[in-house]
Design a protein around this ligand. Sequence first.
Ligand code: CA
Length: 231
Amino acid sequence: MRILVVEDEPRMAGFIAKGLREHAYAVDTAGDGEEALYNFSINTYDAIILDVLLPGKDGFAVCQELRTQGKTIPVLMLTARDTVEDRIRGLDFGADDYLVKPFDFGELLARLRALLRRKSEYHPSLLTVADLVIDTARQQVRRGTEVIPLTTKEFALLEYLARKAHCVVGREEIAEHVWDEDFDPFSNLIEVYINRLRRKIDQGQPVPLIHTRRGAGYMLGPGEAEPLAHS
Ligand code: CA
């Protein structure tokens, strides 16, 4: 899952980005409202964490602009003031939830998970594909009864494939949702990570779950892939 963090204070932005990356999110940051809208127009995000107080266009204006464009992406607002007026404004401008600074990072993660879950039926906290269980809250993966240790990036890739289980997912879509803007589209990083996942998830198992569809992408599931590559 790829998140856009909009925050003008570098230390706070760095703190949030680092924490999210440790929890297997891909993160881009924007330092003001214009940059946020620009990033949003060229990249694909699964949620936005949006500070209210920004230089120039503030968080309310950014949120309003996204909603005016018809974008339904989940927006978690960060506000320095806990006033009823701010909360009402945020919700009126289309925010899905808000968090008051200073906040506990665990709470930010929980609210983000809730937003991703609420947004669509494809976002439950527990993802199950055959005997593979991915617990997104605890960031833990099991195949059968065996716990499989994964790095955060391996986890992020597996989680994304699991959300699109039984469908072929293209490289471009994977790059957009699992990597950030520094991803080099000419690298073989996705193949490298798929191979690592295969070793950890499928090696020694009677039913392989990770499939390659040449020229199309990858599919997670016990059977043959549907010829369906949606975004
Ligand atoms: Ca700020």
